[in-house]
Unconditional design. Structure first.
Length: 191
């Protein structure tokens, strides 16, 4: 209180009006109570922001965990696909092996029974190949030489057009659209 009175005296000596100080004092007193009323609003905003932050953090952690689970499941699926990739083909080949084993067990085979058994086994093998999209590459004589499917091991003189297949020494195979083994052929030499 004495400080305020001393200030009023000093202000009067400097030529200032004491009313101005009173207004400033009133403004300072008014501002002081206003600050406590503004704090609860800020605290409410802070708590709401913290709650929203916690909610966002929880959502982020859940999304991250879900992404990790999806990645882990995808890796397991790829691993299983690699591990069991030939399962379908193996299932188709088991009956072929069974037929061959039964043919070996026959005690008194005849030429006709052996031939019949081999033909039946070949049919089973062909069905297994078709089921698993294993396709023969068997060009005909006169077909244009395709370096993507044929391997020419010799060039022979022929009446055919140059760079065409003359004979097939060994047929090739494709799995779907991928070449497994090229057909080995002889090609016609240029005239």
């Amino acid at each position: 209180m004495q400080d305020q009175e001393n200030k009023e005296v000093l202000d009067q000596q400097a030529g200032e009006a004491p009313a101005a100080d009173a207004t400033e004092g009133a403004t300072a007193q008014t501002a002081a109570p206003a600050a406590p009323s503004a704090e609860p609003g800020l605290e409410e905003q802070l708590s709401a922001t913290e709650a929203k932050l916690a909610e966002m953090h929880d959502a982020f952690m859940r999304a991250k965990a879900e992404a990790d689970n999806i990645r882990r499941r995808a890796q397991e699926d790829v691993s299983k696909a690699h591990k069991f990739a030939i399962e379908s083909f193996a299932e188709a080949m088991v009956p072929v092996r069974d037929s061959l084993e039964m043919a070996v067990k026959v005690e008194a085979p005849t030429v006709e029974s052996i031939k019949e058994g081999v033909e039946m086994t070949l049919k089973q093998l062909t069905a297994a190949f078709e089921k698993n999209r294993l396709v023969e590459v068997m060009p005909q004589a006169g077909d244009k030489l395709d370096p993507n499917k044929h391997q020419a091991v010799a060039v022979v003189p022929s009446e055919q057009e140059a760079n065409t297949v003359v004979t097939v020494l060994q047929k090739g195979y494709m799995i779907a659209d991928r070449l497994l083994r090229p057909a080995i052929v002889t090609a016609a030499a240029p005239k």
